[in-house]
Structures are given as structure tokens and as C-alpha cells.
Design a protein around this ligand. Sequence first.
Ligand code: OGA
Ligand code: NI
Length: 359
Amino acid sequence: MATVVLESSKNLDCGHDHMKGVKDLMDAGVMDSVPAKYVFPQDRRPSAAEILQGESVPIIDISSLDGSQQERLQTIQSIGEACAEWGIFRVINHGIEASLIASMLDVAHQFFLLSTEEKMKYGSREVLDPVKYGTSFDPKDQVFSWRDYLRHFCHPVLQTPDNPPNYRDTAGQYFKETRKLGLKLMVAISESLGLQPTYIETVFGEGLHAGVLNFYPRCPEPELTLGFAPHSDPGGLAILLQDEVGGLQVHHKGHWVAVQPVPNTFVVHVCDQLEIVSNGRYKSAEHRALVNAERTRISIAAAEGPALDALIFPAPQLVDEIHPPMYKSMLYREFHKVRHSIQLKGKNALEQLKITKQE
Ligand code: OGA
Ligand code: NI
């Protein structure tokens, strides 16, 4: 069966430039099978058997962060528990207008509907270019993920594509709000670790806020591939908005748990630099995205991370004889270099920084 798929895909695959993206590939003609380039080996494909039922990612009402002292402390505690047990939680009553969220999803969609030629203006191969259109997850992987993306910096300087014409204005407003939300959550997370409220923000310096728009075209054989292979995000916190289609899963207790989309709700991920600062008390979330045969899916991540020249290290207050430092100190820029020098699998970039007993 698998051989049949591979053989028929080879023909469809013939001569296509994969770097142009999955949408470009799908637009090229009627496709009823997944080309070989996107077929994951059996042991990396999503399987229903790995899914953990009956658990769901915590939902936290964060309006209480502005409430009475007691409400605030309770919420901070819930956030801390979610960071320690899940590395991921959903937030409601976050203060970002539903209309702004809808407009952002709309311009994101419009961007991916532009011609391939227009999108390829931003199709550089440099990882830290301010505006980058790309495809897949890790181009070093022999298999490509069923994903196109646009990534651009939002803070300190807003850098966006020129098209669609209203993109810059909408994204400017949207990512200003997600940054405010990220900083607010970092205060709560600092406090939940027993650190000064501004501890994380201070260590991160004039942090980078980046937007990552993911576009997952409808896929003829979703069981053979993935939209986003398992990974953890590199930065501090990622605030993810997913549309109503669904497909995000988080690794929890050795299984995968589906993160069901709820309108106007953000999925907040603990990322690698926050795991380091917390000296491993909080775990960066390993997650992945599935695709489906019926519908194209869009998600938008707002990533709040350290400045590239910030030195990231376990907070001294969280290091003692019982809890020795778990990670080496490293400039965030260097971390990116490490991350892009290896073939990414799960949390293996962060693993490179782990201090082992022998050292
Ligand atoms: C990401 C990511 C998952 C999704 O952008 O880093 O993991 O659901 N996205 O699209
Ligand atoms: Ni991610």
C-alpha cells in the first residue's frame, strides 16, 4: 500500500519547486495523494493510538489579574500550575477585541492568497531576516511539513510585507496587543516563580516580538503527513490564535492531547528560554499540528522572546543545592545558531544546553 502511494506521488511531484510552498503545489493541479516529499516515515506519522482522551488544556480567565489581590494571587497560582504541568494553557477574557482578532485572521488569509511570485519576494533563506515567507518546518529535514508560513518582526520595529495593503495596519494593531498580553503574562509568571514581577522582562531586555502566520492547505492524505512536526518554540512565550478548524496537539504525560479551538481564546505556550529561566520548573510545551482533508487551516503565533543579545540563564533564586543549574547560560542569538545547526526533533535544541552530571 505504502509503495503504491510513493510511486504515484513521484509522478505528481516531478519538477515541482518545494520551496514555493504547499499552496503553490496544490494550486498546480488536482491532487489526490501526498507527494513523496511530504510523506513522513511510518513512525513519525500521527496515529489515533497516541491520543490521550479525557484531558484538556487548562482554560484560565485572566481578567482576574486586574481584580482583587486574592483573585490575582489565585490566577497567578493557576498559571504557575499550568506552566509546570502542561507548559501550555488557554486564556479567556484577555482584553483583545474579537473584531481585531477577526481582522487579523482575515489579512492573514489574504496574504496567503497572494500570488506565489508576490510571496516569494520574501522567500529568503535567512533564519533571522525581518520578513520571511517560507514553507515546511525544518528545511534540513528530508521530509517537508504540510505548511506555508510568513514570519515577521513586530517589536522593537514593525516590519511587514507590503501586501495586502491593509496588512501592516492590522498586524501593527494586533501584535501591539499580543505584546501587551505577553508582558502581562510574563509578570504573572515571574510572580508565580517567586521572582520580582519584572524579572523575566528585565532578563529578556528589549525583547523581540515576532508574528508567525501558519497556513495549512487542505491535504488529500492527512494521515501520511503533519502540518508542523513536533517541536517546542525557541523564545519566551508564544500566544497562538487558531481558527475554528483545529489540529494543534500538545505532548502531555507521554501522549498527545488535542487543543480544541475556542473562538477568541489564545493558546499560550511556555517556550525554551522560559524553561531555562525557570531552571526547568516550567516545561516548554512540545507540540505539533495535524492537517485535514476538508479544510485549509490558519494559525497565528505571537512570539515574545528575549533580545538577540540577551544572556539567558537559570534565575539564581531558583538555583540551590537541591536544584543545581540545569542549563548553560547562552546568548539568545547563539541559541538560534544551535537550533539551526541541528535537525530539529521535539525539544532537541534545548537538550543541547542541558548540564549533565558528568560536566
Ligand atoms: C508554531 C506552531 C502550531 C499550530 O507556530 O510554532 O507550533 O497549531 N503552530 O499552527
Ligand atoms: Ni510551535
